[in-house]
Design a protein around this ligand. Sequence first.
Ligand code: SF4
Length: 167
Amino acid sequence: MQVPLSHFDLARLAEAFPEQPLLNWVRLAPIEAEDPDAVRLEQSWRQLCLRNRGPEEGCVFLKDNSCSVYPHRPSACRTWPLDLNAKGQLEVSPAHHLLYTTACDKTPFKETRPIKRALGENAEEFKAYRRLLKQWNALSNDKPEKQHFEAFWAFLKPFTRPQPELL
Ligand code: SF4
């Protein structure tokens, strides 16, 4: 599973691990230029995602079958595997259906309002992130010396406060 990250997710990880480089946890995955999450880095198109422990292994933060950064986990993790359908109803996202049906206990969700609210906040967070990506991609065009993660994070950082309240 690939967990996409926004600028707010980077800020949460930076807060959790102030002494460590974010690239310990962040993977710059190859992506098509047309994808809304594509960022121009290392003279290529990349998507910021959580690192996995290995090609066939789980997230770097998964320890003894639980999340070792639970209060700082990315926004996509907070509502997984749910999404809102066209009628505004909660459903298991089609992209996660197979994993959900094999891995989860399918306990019915008793309180849906906080999840719906969190999904709305996630969507706003990624909308804001994608606007920043457009700016960065325009700014760094033809400037290969700027196209590295540290410069990108320095560009994003001023836009990460205040962080939204999360589920
Ligand atoms: S919930 Fe925690 S362990 Fe699971 S993918 Fe998210 S950060 Fe990783």
